[in-house]
Every structure is written in structure tokens, then in C-alpha cells.
Design a protein around this ligand. Sequence first.
Ligand code: CTP
Length: 224
Amino acid sequence: MSHENALVGVKVVIDAGPTYEDIDPVRFLGNRSSGKMGFAIAEACVAEGADVILIAGPVALATPGGVACRVDVRSALQMRDAVMKVIDNADIFIATAAVADWRVAEYSSRKIKKNASGAPVLELVENPDILAEVAARDPRPFVVGFAAETDHVAEHAREKLERKKLDMLAANHVDENIGIGADDNALELIWPGGSETLPRASKSQLAKTLVARIAARYHARKAT
Ligand code: CTP
């Protein structure tokens, strides 16, 4: 593993993977995130010498060597609590998790049975936006968000960067062969005043380039 030292002594918190929102003891709402991109970013941060805390949703991935601490969670509320517990000491927060936008208003502790009156109607409530909450803190870490877009990638990403007041946003172009769940990815990197396309590559190669850009902008901001 190469050691470039761009993040020595820098504390990085990364959230990764999906969240599962339980409906009853056997069913949940989830999504197709594998966590691969977030784990690759954790590995790339370690290679640069960072102290990494990884908050992982339900994923089938081994912890990258050198990660100081991994916290496994299931739901968006648990992920939020785990992030907030450690964010005070963080220098950089990278939100790669595909946090479920909604959870069921009321969890049923009994399995919901089929019955003659037809399909149940699930009432949903919005989950807290962990990324926006971290970005709203004062003082706050250097905040990097992700966005999955199927169209008008740069336009949507710029709007999200400004709305959530981020230092950097990495937009995935999602289709069946790239992005969520796949091994390859391509990213449109956006920050206030600039942008760069990181062309299609393996998630591990892309993570190295992304972390180099994050380190550069983090140090540039600190110097101002
Ligand atoms: N995010 C979060 N908490 C949420 C939802 C999203 O922290 N409850 C973070 C994700 O980790 C990611 C970014 O916000 O870094 C994605 O933002 P979002 O606006 O949810 O993106 P999309 O799902 O792409 O949004 P849209 O509804 O515009 O498709």
C-alpha cells in the first residue's frame, strides 16, 4: 500500500452503504448500495495516513486494514446517532452512504399478515439528512457529499452543493453498469468555484484520485 502522507494526523469520518428501514420483524425498505465506494475511500484515506472512523450500514464487506474504528448500524436513525457521536473531533466528513430518505411511521413488532381487506398502506416519514446536519454545524469539518444522478448530472450536483452548503460534492452517473452496486464508477467532482470530471475507473482507483483532491482542497481551505 502506497503511503503519500497527505492526510497524516487528519481525522476522517466516513459513512457508507445502504440503510435498512424495518417494517416488521421480517421486512424492510432498503436500496442497492453495496458500500464499495465508501470502503474504497476509507482505504484510500488510510493510505494517506488519516485516522479513519467508518460508519457502515448493512454491507458484506471486510473492514479495510488500518481503519481505526468501524461502527455497524442498520437504520438511518442509528447511522445519524453514530455519526453525531464522533463528529465533534472530525476534520473531514465524507458522506457516501445511501441513506434511506424515508422510514415507516410505525414499526410493527408483529409480522404483518395478508388479509382479505387487501394490501397494507405504509405510512412513511422522512429521515434526518445526516449530511445537511453535519454541514450546518459551527464549527464544522470539511464536508464532502455524494449524489446519485441519472440525468443533468452537473446541474443537479451544483444545486445540491449549494443547497446543502458542502465543501465538495461527488456526483455518480448511475445506470445499470456503473455506479450503485457496480465495481466501476465515474464521478463529477464539484466544489464552490470549480469542477473536474474523474473518468470511469475501478472504485479503488477512483477513490485514490478523489481522496487526493479532497486532501488538496482541505489543506487549501485550512490555509485561508
Ligand atoms: N444523505 C444523508 N442523509 C439523508 C439523505 C442523504 O446524509 N437522509 C447524504 C448522502 O450520504 C449523500 C447525499 O446526502 O452524501 C445525497 O443527497 P440526496 O439529496 O439525498 O441525494 P439524492 O438521493 O441523489 O437526492 P435526490 O432526491 O435529489 O435524487
